[in-house]
Design a protein around this ligand. Structure first.
Ligand code: PLP
Length: 253
């Protein structure tokens, strides 16, 4: 597809996604300006990232380190805000920290230590970023909304990653002690087998509790192409949208 046709397609998709966000906001009296749209560009070429930036989308997300690192390098001149939304192996922490502004899927103490060490080893990477309040790498705790009390930790059968709600306060305290990290809130992926609305409402409760202790933790990253309506209604501050914005993912993964 010619690049100008692709840009027009992305512009139309963007308008439709923004309209969905605005419609969801209207049902609960929220201001659409309080919802940040993050474009999940995994599987799509850097040219799409450039089109989106030209259309005013500066928040971009990836979920695999190698693809993200290459894309962030190619798009460095655009001064985007890069969100890492995938699981992170601890041996990739240094690489992720070298381009990411926000890490969404923090789910274990070891990863806190690895990210913190990576930031402190390379503090200029983080201090160069003026957009984020506080100093340090912004991190969100991934909450497993599938988890049942006593069912154990992250990655349980059918789970979509993240920590059980009862583990939030201890992981939050660990992040709070990490000099290189700033606790910015929570993130979740809707469970597959239950309705998204009540799951996101539970996430909002967890967020409120966390925020009462850590005022900086005000972000709720929730909602993807299929469930952004429910997420926005429940209070999501950041939605992560791939397919509705960019279409099917063309690159082999
Ligand atoms: C891929 C992905 C998204 C976007 O999903 P779509 O269904 O394409 O909107 C959001 N969040 C995470 C963590 C993802 O991996």
């Amino acid at each position: 597809m010619a690049e100008d046709a692709r840009r027009a397609e992305l512009a139309a998709n963007l308008a439709a996604v923004r309209a969905r966000i605005a419609a969801a906001c209207a049902t609960v009296g929220r201001d659409p300006a309080d919802v940040t749209l993050i474009a999940v560009t995994k599987g799509h070429p850097p040219a799409d990232v450039a089109h989106l930036a030209a259309l005013g989308v500066w928040d971009v997300a990836e979920n695999r380190d190698a693809e993200a690192a290459a894309k962030a390098r190619e798009c460095a001149a655009l001064r985007l805000r890069w969100h890492f939304v995938g699981q992170i192996q601890t041996n990739k922490a240094r690489s992720v920290v070298s381009y990411a502004d926000v890490v969404h899927a923090l789910d274990r103490e070891r990863l806190v230590r690895a990210l913190d060490a990576a930031v402190l080893a390379d503090p200029h990477l983080v201090q160069a970023r003026d957009d984020l309040p506080g100093e340090g790498l912004a991190v969100l705790l991934q909450i497993d909304l599938d988890s049942r009390p006593g069912a154990g930790t992250s990655g349980g059968a059918g789970g979509r990653g993240g920590i059980a709600p009862e583990q939030v306060s201890s992981l939050a305290a660990t992040v709070d002690r990490a000099e290189g990290l700033v606790l910015r809130g929570v993130m979740a992926i809707a469970p597959r087998k239950v309705p998204a609305g009540p799951a996101f409402a539970r996430l909002a409760e967890i967020s409120a509790q966390l925020r009462s202790r850590y005022p900086s933790a005000s972000w709720i990253s929730a909602g993807m192409s299929s469930d952004l309506h429910d997420a926005v209604r429940a209070g999501a501050t950041h939605v992560r949208v791939g397919r509705s914005l960019l279409g099917p993912r063309p690159l082999t993964r």
